[in-house]
Design a protein around this ligand. Structure first.
Ligand code: SAH
Length: 360
């Protein structure tokens, strides 16, 4: 077992089993050994690849959406342009390049990044240095006041979720403890979970069913909605997940583009879970926001002009470069790739119509 594994085992031996959410938060965020602290996660040489790293077209189309959102809120002379969990800073860089079509927008935009990893902050700083001088924050609540246009790609899937398993007719929290050999192992809490922590159709679920709840994700959606309702603006969220709620274990570990064991090498694999968009939409509405979507990422990007953008980008390129662009369109929007599993959802301060969500 690696150093973080030993640390977790010692913690559990001393204080008892921890929740899946605690395990996820420590494996990803431990300041010494955590995944985001120690690994070069994103990209071909890393563990997983994200939409902005597949093609510049993703960030460019998001940039056009930001311009439309700025228009929709009456083109304020100062607007926060915010990204949550910016990774290598690629989405923000491509977005700013596309938005430079409208110099007045870039003049109004003040760049703010919400990021916990010091290593990734440094990457973002270097990546954006030619284009912008951002400010960093640890939490959404730390952002300054004012109208804001906010984007987030694969941010919510990294937030720690709790799991509950139906066992012996009751919902019990899934915990990470130690087995007889002293290795990390899943187990269940002795007591039944309180009623607020079970699914709507709790009675009907069979034994073995798994219910997931992501309070930090819901709190983030509510915080976005609250500030947008108060100060104006809109947020665009992309993630992999589901629009219709259901039961099931979606926690997964990925390493070098392959699935791995969740408990095997803490801190060495990316840990994520499917995003429950219905729960995010509910939290956003309760926070005072208006929700657009979710729609599939494929539908969103095509409505934003992905095919036209690919044509323009490929127009003066050779056949190999054109084939790469076609492949990128397929990866971003194809139903077998990211097009259907990934969703786009917007949270707005007031009801408004924005491109990408149909109806315009
Ligand atoms: N958006 C990027 C990176 C996705 S990975 C892309 O699409 O390539 C998730 C990102 O969210 C990383 O930058 C990670 O450090 C950050 N992150 C994870 N949990 C966070 C939290 N609780 N608060 C702020 N940032 C977080």
């Amino acid at each position: 077992m690696n150093a973080l594994g030993e640390k977790l085992k010692a913690t559990i031996a001393a204080a008892g089993p921890i929740t899946v959410a605690d395990y996820m938060a420590l494996a990803l965020g431990d300041p010494e050994h955590g995944y985001y602290t120690t690994r070069n996660a994103i990209g071909l040489s890393g563990d997983f690849i994200t939409a902005p790293e597949i093609s510049q077209m993703f960030g460019e189309l998001v940039g056009l959406w930001c311009l439309a959102a700025w228009d929709a809120i009456g083109r304020p002379e100062r607007v926060l342009l915010v990204e949550l969990g910016p990774g290598h800073g690629t989405l923000m860089a491509d977005l700013i390049r596309a938005a430079s079509l409208r110099p007045a927008f870039l003049k109004a935009a003040e760049i703010h990044l919400v990021e916990i990893s010091p290593e990734l902050r440094e990457k973002q700083r270097r990546r954006l240095a030619p284009l912008a001088a951002p400010s960093w924050h640890r939490r959404i609540e730390d952002l300054p006041e004012g109208p804001a246009i906010i984007v987030a790609n694969e941010f919510f899937d990294a937030l720690p979720l709790r799991q509950f398993v139906k066992a012996g007719g009751a919902w019990r929290e899934r915990l990470v403890g130690l087995d007889e050999a002293g290795a990390l192992a899943f187990g269940l809490a002795a007591d039944a979970a309180p009623p607020g922590l079970s699914p709507p159709d709790a009675e009907g679920a069979p034994d073995g069913a798994v219910f997931e709840i992501n309070r930090p994700a819901e709190a983030a959606a509510a915080a976005l909605a609250h500030r947008l309702a108060k100060s104006g603006g809109a947020a665009l969220i992309f993630d992999y997940g589901y629009a219709e709620e259901g039961l099931g274990d979606t926690l997964q570990a990925v390493r070098a583009h392959r699935y791995a064991e969740v408990l095997a090498d803490p801190g060495e694999c990316d840990l994520t879970a499917h995003v429950n968009f219905a729960a995010l939409a509910r939290a956003a509405a309760a926070g005072g926001g208006k929700v657009l979507g979710p729609v599939t990422q494929g539908d969103f990007l095509i409505a934003m002009g992905l095919i036209e953008r690919a044509g323009a980008l490929g127009a003066d390129k050779d056949a190999a470069a054109q084939a790469d662009i076609v492949a990128a369109v397929e990866r971003l929007a194809g139903p077998e790739e990211m097009g259907t599993l990934f969703k786009a959802m917007a949270i707005c301060g007031v009801a408004m119509s924005l491109p990408g969500f149909g109806g315009e």
